[in-house]
Design a protein around this ligand. Structure first.
Ligand code: SF4
Length: 263
């Protein structure tokens, strides 16, 4: 017969499990424990809490208080190793490279797009094609450089023909992105386009409604703007995107790049 849990411990445990679920992690197992009295005394309450572990995940990465991650490159490498030669969704079939993410592990800003295109699939790096060049220019206009930020996508494999990733593909892949966010701990997340915004915020709304306001997201602030690929198709919206980026700059105290300055 399992012993009854202390109500306050049960509450803590439920909060921890809910937090994992919010991160998109649903697989749990219970670590076998020595039920002897000595063991309970030795491990204490905290030890009991850690008996429930999200599958394949270092629990310390997911503490709701966002503890400082000592070795971010190693933590990201562990996520990359968990992805492995991933076949978890159908997008693996046509890809050349898994596009994990790139940038400064201590970035204040994280840009999140939809998924890799042909250039990104070829090179294994997000935003390296024409849309990537525009994103670089947008970042540069903010007075910073690409190497100052972290860039990733909702899905890590190129959808065939650059189609929009399906919901089940986003749901399967995005937990890896959540783990990257938990490691990098950016101050601001900029969702690039409707697919990124809808998946991150778990809402189904138009860009007109999604833009123009801050959201709280996993300890960061999140703002929605247009995807650079959309801005290439409709350059008239660049002004609007610039307004969004200025909101981010104001929040972080960034000064725009001087007109005659070099990168
Ligand atoms: Fe795996 Fe993500 Fe690629 Fe799907 S898109 S195969 S979940 S890495």
């Amino acid at each position: 017969m399992p012993s009854k849990l202390d109500p306050s411990f049960e509450k803590q445990l439920a909060a921890r499990v809910n937090y994992y679920r919010e991160m998109g992690i649903d697989d749990f197992y219970r670590r076998p424990v020595d039920t002897g009295e000595a063991s309970t005394k030795e491990h204490g309450r905290e030890g009991e809490l850690e008996e429930v572990i999200a599958a394949g995940v270092a629990s310390s990465l997911f503490d709701a208080s966002r503890p400082e991650i000592q070795d971010k490159p190693a933590a990201l490498q562990a996520i990359r190793e968990d992805i492995g030669d991933c076949t978890r969704c159908r997008l693996h079939k046509g890809r050349k490279n898994i596009v994990f993410g790139v940038g400064n592990v201590n970035a204040d800003i994280m840009f999140v797009g939809e998924g890799p295109g042909a250039d990104e699939d070829e090179q294994g790096e997000p935003f390296v094609g024409r849309a990537g060049q525009l994103l670089n220019n947008m970042i540069s206009a903010m007075g910073i450089q690409r190497r100052d930020v972290y860039i990733a996508n909702i899905v890590k494999c190129r959808p065939p023909g650059n189609r929009v990733p399906e919901k089940d593909e986003c749901d399967t892949c995005s937990p890896f992105l959540m783990r990257q966010i938990a490691v990098i701990q950016p101050k601001v997340i900029v969702a690039l386009g409707a697919v990124a915004a809808k998946n991150l915020l778990a809402v189904n709304d138009s860009m007109a409604n999604l833009r123009g306001r801050w959201y709280d997201f996993k300890g960061a602030r999140l703002l929605v703007t247009y995807h650079p690929a959309f801005l290439l198709r409709d350059p008239r919206q660049k002004k609007e995107a610039w307004k969004d980026l200025q909101t981010v700059m104001k929040f972080l105290g960034l000064k725009p790049k001087a007109k005659n300055s070099e990168d």
